[in-house]
Ligand binder design. Sequence first.
Ligand SMILES: O=C(O)C1=C[C@@H](OP(=O)(O)O)[C@@H](O)[C@H](O)C1
Ligand SMILES: C=C(OP(=O)(O)O)C(=O)O
Length: 441
Amino acid sequence: MTTNPAHTALWPAPLASGAVDATVQVPGSKSVTNRALVLAALAAEPGWLRRPLRSRDTLLMAGALRAMGVGIEEGVGPDGSGEAWRVIPSGLQGPATVDVGNAGTVMRFLPPVATLADGPIRFDGDPRSYERPLHGVIDALRALGARIDDQNRGALPLTVHGGGALDGGTVEIDASSSSQFVSALLLSAPRFNQGVEVRHTGSTLPSMPHIRMTVDMLRAIGAQVDTPESGGEANVWRVTPGALLGRDIVIEPDLSNAQPFLAAALITGGTVTIPDWPAHTTQPGDALRDIFTRMGGACELTERGLEFTGSGTVHGIDVDLSEVGELTPGIAAVAALADGPSTLRGVAHLRMHETDRLAALTKEINELGGDVTETADGLHIRPRRLHGGIFHTYDDHRMATAGAIIGLAVEGVQIENVATTAKTLPDFPDMWTAMLGTDRS
Ligand SMILES: O=C(O)C1=C[C@@H](OP(=O)(O)O)[C@@H](O)[C@H](O)C1
Ligand SMILES: C=C(OP(=O)(O)O)C(=O)O
């Protein structure tokens, strides 16, 4: 077996020499870009994505749709500003092979799309993708009329034998391990003959803002969706069959990827401004305004963007992160530097993310001298004086950025495989050093 040198390389995480003072332009949202690509590919007419994220997860999504026959061209948006993708839908075709990498959005959102293709679509990905939950999507699609070969029973790799159409109808799923099961079924449902009625039967459902994002984006492109929030039954979503419109969608900055930069302001007592922070959004990263304020910062949404200022003191926090699980690694990193203990709750499902994030955070922070324990559904973090050392990332972009946050305050932290940030933020190391280049020391 050959070893990719990028995976063993150590990146010396820069120490902040003073309070940061920077404006950081954060690239587009992974979750919005990948939903916009799927919806544009399923539309009845061409559409535009402006300022899409170009990262491993979104390029895998674009590559997969292209493999099924969708046109995705580089261009300048209709108003002449910014880079854009023009998406030209076409009859979806197999045979094709889809590499999902380790992108939850690709492995979950595309099997429903593949049922609409004419011919077999094979799905494969990184070794970790074989372990991530997919049974909710596979079982539901079978119940709705799809033919799927899954030699690994309920997981990747698999082949969807697209028949050019899917009956659709009513289906029950347990989405307690990933909200993406629900999003996946809803996104393709306008194209199912009978649409879909999805009923979640599990006791918990993580990442509700991401389901709201799915619903809002479906409605914006012309779909009719009934939800618990719009007066429907609890845990039931209905999508009516119908044509989707070609839209011009501007992708918001990725607020979860703004997290390490906001954390830098919080722990150095500096100020970071994130331009184009949306006034209204379904992105879970918007919760950082509240969470990082409770941890000691202050923020203001101005015409320049979100201005976040740290006080120099970081407080511990007791918080339920079930709605915003992807923020956990960054919050854990800040909590390890706080002036009191923290309890992060409601995130048992993170054990099945890019890596087992609860185990990985516990091990890596403790190896730097920290005191973290895993609970049934989260972490207890008691701050200790930390020391330098290697921070392993387990191919998880958010582990890499969590390590960089700790490295701001602790000398000698080295991040193994910082290149894994390419999953959603390929420019992270350069953005991080550029932010620090403006230290007010
Ligand atoms: O739908 C989406 O875009 C996402 C939903 C969430 O997944 P889970 O519900 O599996 O946590 C989130 O953690 C992931 O980063 C992106
Ligand atoms: C859980 C995440 O990603 P994925 O879309 O692969 O589930 C994440 O980005 O934190």
